[in-house]
Ligand binder design. Structure first.
Ligand code: MF3
Ligand code: CO
Length: 284
């Protein structure tokens, strides 16, 4: 009997014979397939679901408490307290040096806004609150938009269409479809409404780590990209701009992503599990 080199791991068989047969079929056809470790085991899924439940409860809590006049640092404080009260860790905190527990992105800030005691929510603002949770080592991720006070009809429409983009993306994320199908569906809906899709940031695998393979682009061509396989968990989180899709990173903090033309941007994020007959929304 051959001896295994120490450290070689056994791939858990976490999918049915039917799924295995399809994987083999598509592999022969030359499709790009996800690595095996991206197909979650039942044990991993149990942990990921628990993490996701806390993450969703946290966003519900933010929904109830977010107010005009509040500083973005107060949102950060709520996120930190709620998460640690649930024996969990806010994943953004010190992630690649990010200094706070949550990203709060207002108006022309596309994403990765850093909470501050000097920044306040004002009537007319559209605000993205993006929360990510680590529970027993399992990661979850989601974001919602909030409209503060009286928001212009134009910005309300941006928020609404962006939410539809996220939901249309989820609909397109079917087992044995392609990641390009997801991107194309989102892009079509955004552009049909006169908006653009941010190119430089994308959705991602999530569950065992914060950001895993694959990249989930929110634009693209049908029938291209990685095959979507049961057991994958990833986010769909389109960033949709009212003007051009060009963005830049604020040099001063190295994080804040803003629209180049200064026009508003919106984002909604969910995390989904691909199942053998569709998908399951884990966070929203
Ligand atoms: N929550 C973001 C996402 O959806 C990632 C934020 S990274 C951070 O992928 F460091 F800024 F928190
Ligand atoms: Co994400």
């Amino acid at each position: 009997m051959k001896k295994f080199v120490k450290g070689v791991r056994f791939a858990p068989k976490n999918y049915s014979d039917e799924v295995e047969a399809k994987i083999q079929h598509y592999k022969r056809e030359g499709y790009k397939l996800p690595s095996r470790h991206l197909l979650r085991t039942e044990e991993q899924l149990a942990g990921i679901r628990e993490s996701a439940r806390i993450n969703t409860a946290l966003l519900d809590y933010i929904s109830e408490n977010i107010r005009e006049g509040m500083s973005t640092a107060e949102i950060d404080h709520m996120v930190y307290c709620f998460t640690t009260d649930h024996d969990a860790i806010p994943a953004p905190f010190l992630y690649e040096g990010f200094p706070k527990s949550v990203c709060v992105s207002i108006n022309d800030v596309v994403c990765h806004g850093i909470p501050s005691t000097k920044e306040f929510l004002r009537s007319g603002d559209i605000v993205n609150v993006d929360v990510s949770t680590i529970y027993k080592g399992y990661f979850s991720d989601a974001s919602r938009m909030y409209m503060i006070g009286e928001v212009s009809p134009e910005m309300q429409r941006l928020v609404q269409v962006t939410r539809e983009c996220r939901d249309i993306g989820i609909q397109a994320a079917q087992p044995w479809a392609r990641l390009g199908d997801v991107g194309a569906a989102i892009q079509e809906h955004a552009e049909k409404n006169g908006y653009s899709v941010v190119r430089d940031l994308c959705g991602h695998g999530v569950g065992i780590k914060f950001h895993e393979e694959p990249d989930v682009e929110h634009f693209g061509k049908r029938g291209t990209g990685m095959l979507i396989v049961p057991g994958m968990t990833f986010t769909i989180e389109p960033m949709i701009n009212m003007g051009s899709y060009e963005v830049f990173i604020d040099e001063a903090d190295g994080w804040t992503v803003c629209t180049d033309d200064g026009l508003p941007s919106a984002q909604w994020e969910s995390m989904i599990l691909i199942t053998e007959d569709g998908n399951e929304i884990l966070t929203q």
